[in-house]
Write a protein that binds this ligand. Structure first.
Ligand code: CP
Length: 340
């Protein structure tokens, strides 16, 4: 049920002649203004209230087809998108670009994706190791494209669910122009090799938050801080002083260059881990972590399972965020979702 209504003046035609409708794909957080973000978050908050109350959402994606293409490992994002799609009534088709597909016979990824698109898919949710693949895919397919994490670059729905976690924790008014104004957030760990630190920084800044980045020079360069327009701290205690929230990130060992030298896990935890002593100095702050977590490295068990942790709440809020994102991709007006 691939829907392609007549485009508006702000829509675009790619070099390959594929029409893109403004505001339907989600390849990166830089596509979202503060107003767009608040619209998605309001819809997700409304859906979250329905889900928390045990109510069944209206199946606004009935008969739609969502292709869940994960070419890189995932636990949370993949499952969350699939549950979100099913909760809205969509059919979900899983695709992993491995030896079970014709990619193993030499077919290129663009040809594979074009063939899948020709079957009448509405949305492709894609995770890949390659930076920028979701954006390039927009030129290959008529289906809407939603980025579920591309390489070191971007993870827009993680940033949206992290934003919703802050809204939920601090009861933030989403009708304001810059609703995160006055909020101080420290983002700690491997920002160079990960995507969540970058996406969170950009999206939280769009909403008006004051962001501090903290980490070792080998995983958080000054250049990254400059590019993101956020100060870089080389001392965790200084970075978290007076903050409302701390986002802890794991070291992306699978993406580290072979010549990067890091301390052993015990030393890293001593210098860069969030433990009870550090948490006790910011008793009103919340802990967030996108997962997967390396317990005892970036966060200790007591903090992870303590009263300030919102880590599992983040996972829960991922479902309504992805429901809103998929509805947006299919052209369902978000204000109608919010009102149901
Ligand atoms: N946060 C996140 O992207 O987790 P997964 O890699 O398990 O999807």
């Amino acid at each position: 049920m691939n829907d392609h209504p007549a485009g508006s003046a702000s829509d675009s035609i790619t070099e390959t002649g594929i029409e893109r409708i403004e505001g339907r794909d989600l390849c990166g957080v830089d596509e979202l203004s503060a107003a767009d973000t608040c619209e998605i978050l309001r819809a997700a908050r409304g859906l979250s209230a329905h889900l928390d109350a045990g109510r069944t959402p209206v199946p606004v994606l009935h008969e739609r087809v969502v292709l869940s293409m994960f070419n890189e490992a995932s636990t949370r994002t993949r499952t969350s998108f699939e549950i979100a799609a099913k909760r809205l009534g969509a059919h979900v088709i899983g695709f992993v670009g491995d030896a079970s597909t014709s990619l193993s016979k030499g077919e290129t990824l663009p040809d594979t994706v074009r063939n899948l698109d020709a079957m009448g898919i509405d949305v492709i949710v894609v995770r890949d190791r390659e930076d920028g693949l979701p954006g390039r895919m927009c030129a290959w397919v008529r289906a809407r494209v939603v980025n579920a994490g591309d390489g070191r670059r971007d993870h827009p729905t993680q940033a949206l669910l992290d934003a919703l976690t802050l809204v939920d924790a601090f009861d933030i008014d989403l009708t304001k122009e810059r609703p995160f104004s006055g909020l101080r957030i420290a983002i700690v760990g491997d920002i160079d090799n990960g995507r969540v630190g970058k996406s969170d920084t950009q999206l939280f800044q769009t909403l008006g938050a004051d962001i501090r980045l903290a980490g070792l020079p080998s995983i958080l360069s000054e250049a990254t801080g400059e590019r993101l327009g956020a100060p870089v701290f080389r001392d965790l205690d200084a970075a978290i002083e007076g903050v409302d929230a701390v986002v802890m990130l794991r070291i992306q060992r699978e993406r580290l260059a072979s010549d990067v030298r890091l301390p052993d896990p015990i030393t890293y935890h001593r210098d860069w881990g969030l433990d009870t002593a550090r948490m006790s100095r910011i008793p009103h702050a919340i802990l967030m972590h996108p997962g997967p977590i390396n317990r005892g490295v970036e966060v200790d068990d007591a903090v992870l399972e303590g009263p300030n942790s919102r880590v599992l709440r983040q996972v829960t809020l991922g479902i309504p965020v992805r429901m809103a994102t998929l509805a947006r991709a299919c052209g369902v007006p978000l204000e109608t979702l919010d009102a149901r």
